[in-house]
Design a protein around this ligand. Structure first.
Ligand SMILES: [Zn+2]
Length: 826
């Protein structure tokens, strides 16, 4: 008896250790009912750790990275005990199904579902839902886990989430105030949506400029899930949105992907109908721009979806919406929990078919273009390789000497001669559909009303000439060679200037106290020709440095830079090195405005660009403090995109103009240009529309949305003519492809320098409405206007947009270091 009792105890305790009885519900764990408070990120993580500790046989927690503000990024793998034991085998088998991993895949009946929460920090109901979802999966829905591996990312954007939650906790009344005029419903600038650098992580999947994305892609590519859900929130008056998505769909999306979205939507509808909850489908959220949490997974073979709950950063714990309904956090997280579980359920029910269809997606034989061939500056090719590496897309070197096909820079059929320095990306690789999406000259748009930009074609963005070929080019593996240079003693050294890598090299030299010159005129020395913008580093200028040659050599090797020796200051063709045309580069002090009035995204782009790309110091000045800022401490003031009507009031505008007259430089980006239009002393003017709108009032009410598209440019690519004798355009050719983000256009400057202007209105890629295109011809893209000793520099097109338009970045760097170099120095 006693003996038997002992055995019984052992059985009981071992059962306990492995079952869900030891796990606490989120409410029990947190000490408040879920939804009664916002949980800070560390509390969410503590809960997941609790679950993983109590149920190690069914939950594996993995830290996959850390944010800029040092918060951990976690994934929880949730499944049956058997699947968790075989997790690595399941993962590898899944990759074999795609062809990414060599070997024969065994038939898999296990669905892989990835649920991503809280990519937008202030859409904060979803991380709360992630806790309830994992709890329910492990308690009420164990049956679904038999054939499903659920990967949960409880919070993609912890820095943004905590910015929102901490602010809310500081601000909210107790009990919460449902009056939406109260502070707790009005977040201050910049809001909690974006990450630390104020990037929208739901626009960054392809460009991977942010640490969160870079880390996530590594695990994503290791897994390649069958379903990916990105949980969001929309305005508080909208109900709930789930799949199927809205048109346009990118043409690589298969019938299966589209049909299964409908099946999923119908499964969710079953639960929403039963509760009488409102929802909508097939409207607003389309599948086109590839850098989202729904499209990126879709182009990688998954069923990628966005779910949107009404609420957002304005809803708080409870708010009275326009329909007289008090929307609560409890309600919001309940809906997200319902769709999360319903997604796992439908995946489990269709696990076998999900696998077979998923594996079919990776057959890319039917794609029209077989190879994309890229030709251009080596640094630019390397830059592109870095991007492809992040997505584990393969590339090779051509072995053919010529290729014919669609010629990007001409916008028609053409050909290019090739050497092994060029790059070939084939579409007959597992990620061939993503290759098509990223490289094709112009993605087919089934509907012009889209949520985002319609052009991103990589050859234009990276400044490379390219051919899309319908036959597969012969090629071989790329041989990588890192040249380690030992500098020989010389009078001086010259570096070319035509890539962003050159700009990083310069930034590094200046930070290390090197004196560097640049040439405003081409010259020859020792039989070598040097173009405008070439950097000159002489021994004589750098006598203040110990070990000049050795430290220069280190910087050269760090940047994989190549320098040409000059033996004498006496050039073969003028200018000589001591000529006034070869100017010393000032160690520029750069400031940027942030805060109310500026676009947080645009400010974030500049901040990230300086800190993580150019690696050059930047001082951030809040617009509130502009009136008491001593601008004389800076050489350049950058105005991000924004609305400056109150920031640049009469007093502040006068202050800025006085500073410019004395030699300061203002660099205005995109919407910031509007601050100077029509103002005294400025030449900047809008270009008026050339078409009349006379007949528009006869367009039926139901078609007005469509009519509006006529005047829209939703991110389209145009060719511009460049004056590359102007310092702002050093390193560029006479043609530059620009990404236009809107239809605001400016006249060419009457007095000033029109550095780049739209030269023809051909739309190379993307959507641009007829009326918008008509007025584009001869409009200003980049320019400089002098005032006294200083300058206003205009970037009508934002070259730092999402930090992905690689080929535009040098215009900005040139503006900082080269334009109007005679201006005063600190
Ligand atoms: Zn969102």
């Amino acid at each position: 008896m006693r003996h038997l009792f002992f055995i019984f105890l052992i059985v009981l305790s071992s059962l306990n250790a492995l079952s869900s009885q030891n796990i606490k519900s989120p409410s029990d764990f947190l000490g408040y009912n879920i939804g009664e408070q916002f949980s800070r990120h560390h509390q969410v993580i503590d809960y997941f750790e609790h679950i993983a500790k109590e149920m190690p046989n069914q939950v594996k927690l993995e830290q996959y990275g850390q944010t800029n503000e040092r918060r951990p990024l976690y994934l929880a793998y949730v499944s049956s005990e058997e699947n968790i034991r075989n997790l690595e085998t399941i993962r590898q088998n899944n990759l074999k199904q795609t062809g990414i991993l060599q070997g024969t895949a065994s038939t898999s009946k296990i669905a892989i579902v990835w649920l991503s929460y809280n990519v937008h920090g202030n859409e904060a109901s979803s991380s709360e839902a992630s806790m309830l979802t994992i709890f329910k999966l492990l308690t009420e829905h164990q049956n679904l886990l038999k054939n499903t591996v659920v990967i949960i990312d409880p919070c993609i954007n912890p820095d943004g989430r905590d910015r929102y939650v901490n602010w809310y906790n500081e601000t909210a009344s107790k009990p919460y105030d449902i009056d939406r005029q109260s502070s707790e419903h009005n977040e201050p600038w910049p809001g909690g949506r974006a990450n630390h650098y104020l990037f929208d992580l739901n626009r960054d999947w392809v460009w991977a400029t942010q640490i969160e994305t870079q880390n996530r892609l590594k695990v994503y590519n290791k897994w390649m899930p069958h379903i990916h859900v990105d949980f969001h929130e929309q305005g508080m008056n909208e109900p709930y949105y789930f799949a199927p998505a809205a048109q346009p769909f990118h043409e690589v999306i298969t019938d299966w992907q589209s049909d299964f979205q409908t099946q999923i939507g119908k499964n969710h509808a079953k639960y929403f109908d039963a509760e009488g909850w409102l929802f909508f489908t097939r409207e607003s959220f389309d599948l086109f721009y590839p850098s989202y949490g729904d499209t990126y997974p879709t182009y990688m073979g998954a069923i990628g979806m966005t779910y949107e709950q009404g609420g957002h950063g304005r809803a708080g714990l409870g708010v009275l919406n326009d329909e007289g309904h008090v929307l609560t956090l409890v309600e919001r997280l309940t809906h997200h929990t319902t769709t999360g579980i319903s997604t796992v359920e439908i995946a489990s029910k269709n696990a076998e078919q999900l696998n077979t269809e998923f594996s079919k997606f990776f057959d890319n034989n039917s794609l029209k273009y077989k190879s994309y061939v890229l030709k251009g500056e080596k640094d630019k090719i390397n830059n592109l390789k870095n991007l492809l590496d992040k997505h584990e897309i393969k590339y090779e070197s051509p072995t053919s000497s010529k290729v014919t096909g669609y010629h990007y820079n001409k916008g028609r059929q053409g050909s290019l001669s090739l050497t092994s320095d060029e790059l070939v990306v084939h579409t007959d690789q597992p990620k061939g559909k993503m290759v098509k999406v990223l490289f094709e000259p112009n993605a087919k748009l089934s509907d012009s009303l889209t949520y985002d930009i319609t052009a991103w074609s990589l050859p234009y963005a990276y400044g490379l000439d390219a051919i899309a070929s319908t036959s597969k080019l012969t090629s071989e593996n790329v041989s990588e060679s890192q040249v380690n240079t030992t500098l020989k003693d010389a009078y001086g050294y010259v570096s070319k200037w035509n890539s962003f890598n050159d700009a990083q090299f310069l930034a590094s030299l200046l930070k290390n106290d090197f004196k560097v010159r640049f040439t405003e005129k081409p010259f020859m020395s020792n039989g070598n020709k040097f173009e405008r913008g070439s950097l000159i580093i002489t021994k004589g200028d750098n006598k203040h440095l110990d070990n000049f040659q050795e430290s220069l050599g280190n910087i050269v090797n760090n940047h994989n830079q190549q320098l040409t020796i000059i033996k004498t200051g006496f050039s073969q063709t003028t200018p000589d090195i001591g000529s006034p045309d070869i100017k010393l580069i000032n160690n520029q002090k750069v400031a940027v405005l942030s805060g109310e009035g500026t676009s947080s995204l645009s400010f974030g782009e500049i901040w990230n660009f300086f800190e993580n790309q150019l690696n050059y110091p930047l001082t951030n000045i809040n617009t509130d403090n502009l009136n008491r800022t001593d601008l004389d401490n800076y050489n350049i003031l950058i105005l991000p995109n924004g609305y400056y009507s109150s920031v640049l009031n009469e007093t502040n505008l006068k202050k800025v103009k006085d500073w410019v007259r004395a030699g300061g430089k203002v660099l205005a980006i995109d919407g910031a240009l509007r601050s100077f239009v029509g103002k005294e002393g400025f030449n900047l003017k809008y270009k008026a529309s050339e078409t009349s709108n006379e007949s528009n009032n006869l367009v039926p009410y139901a078609d007005r949305d469509r009519l509006y598209t006529n005047n829209m440019i939703t991110g389209a690519i145009f060719n511009t003519k460049v004056d590359n004798t102007h310092p702002m355009a050093y390193g560029y050719d006479k043609d530059y492809f620009t990404l236009k983000l809107g239809s605001t256009t400016y006249e060419l400057l009457d007095s000033g320098f029109n550095v780049a202007h739209v030269g023809d209105t051909k739309v190379y890629s993307g959507f641009a409405g007829k009326s918008a295109v008509e007025k584009l011809n001869n409009t200003l893209v980049f320019g400089e206007e002098r005032m006294g000793q200083g300058s206003f520099i205009y970037l009508a097109d934002n070259v730092l947009f999402r930090n992905f338009w690689e080929n535009g970045k040098l215009f900005l760097v040139n503006s900082i270091f080269f334009v109007n170099n005679n201006a005063f120095k600190l």
